[in-house]
Design a protein around this ligand. Structure first.
Ligand code: ZN
Ligand code: FE
Length: 255
């Protein structure tokens, strides 16, 4: 049985996620923007937390940790590189480490760039990856701490996961990401049809997260920086993909 994934809207535009294994009763929480919606989602299902996975140190991903931990004495896991700026961890992880949730392996992937020490958690058997502010629906996080080359490498690792992987990212920024994507690749038919789907979903208040990796690879400009058509659109034909990525990211920063 795959992990059951529950999306928990938090703050104004953040998402936390629950990953529940029915057989063992174990439940992992990924990120804690605030406590109340997470505690309510657990209570509604009669679940208690076994693990809390932290992706990176920003307050909108850890702000509710102490309160949730007080109610659910779960094992708190985060990046070793972030140990000095996260609440105290029960387990510090690095790329390649494998956790077990409900008997299922969960692989740690270093996706530094937005921050140095940002990690993603990939559960291959359930075909889900938790990416927070690295890969986002139609976008990616701003490059605050790492380099553009590092962020491109991180996104490339995620793009190489199986196409049917569900991408659970950290924010509902998709509508604005979609507007931007159209400026980079106005003639991409997959992008045009996805933007229509996003607008329809947002018009009735539906979340656009999680999303399928195959759809991200077809429409997310930040994953498509190696595409010759995009390089051409940006007058960067022949440039390395990481340079094209950097230009797309700079344009988005000013969009
Ligand atoms: Zn962040
Ligand atoms: Fe964030």
């Amino acid at each position: 049985m795959p992990l059951e994934i529950v999306t928990v809207p938090c703050l104004s535009d953040n998402y936390a996620f629950l990953a529940h294994d029915a057989a063992s009763g174990e439940t992992a929480l990924v990120d804690v923007p605030e406590a109340a919606p997470v505690l309510a989602a657990l209570e509604a299902r009669g679940w208690s937390l076994s693990h809390i996975l932290i992706t990176h140190h920003h307050w909108d991903h850890i702000g509710g940790l102490d309160e949730v931990r007080a109610a659910h004495p779960a094992r708190v896991i985060g990046a070793q590189a972030d140990q000095g700026r996260l609440p105290s961890l029960d387990q510090a992880v690095t790329e390649g480490d494998v956790l077990t949730i409900g008997g299922e392996p969960v692989h740690v992937i270093d996706v530094s760039g937005h921050t140095v020490g940002h990690v993603a958690y990939h559960a291959p058997a359930s075909q889900v990856v938790f990416t927070a502010d690295s890969l986002m629906a139609m976008g990616c996080g701003r490059v605050f701490e790492g380099t553009h080359a590092q962020m491109w490498q991180s996104l490339s690792k995620l793009a190489a996961l199986p196409a049917e992987t569900l991408v659970c990212s950290g924010h509902e920024y998709t509508a604005s990401n979609a507007r931007f994507a159209l400026t980079i690749e106005p003639d991409n038919p997959d992008l045009i049809s996805r933007v229509a789907d996003i607008d329809a979903a947002r018009a009735v208040g539906q979340p656009t997260v999680p999303s399928l990796l195959s759809l991200e690879c077809a429409t997310n400009p930040f994953l498509r920086a190696a595409d010759p058509g995009i390089a051409h659109n940006l007058n960067l034909s022949g440039a390395p993909a990481e340079d094209v990525f950097a230009e797309i990211r700079r344009r988005k920063d000013n969009f």
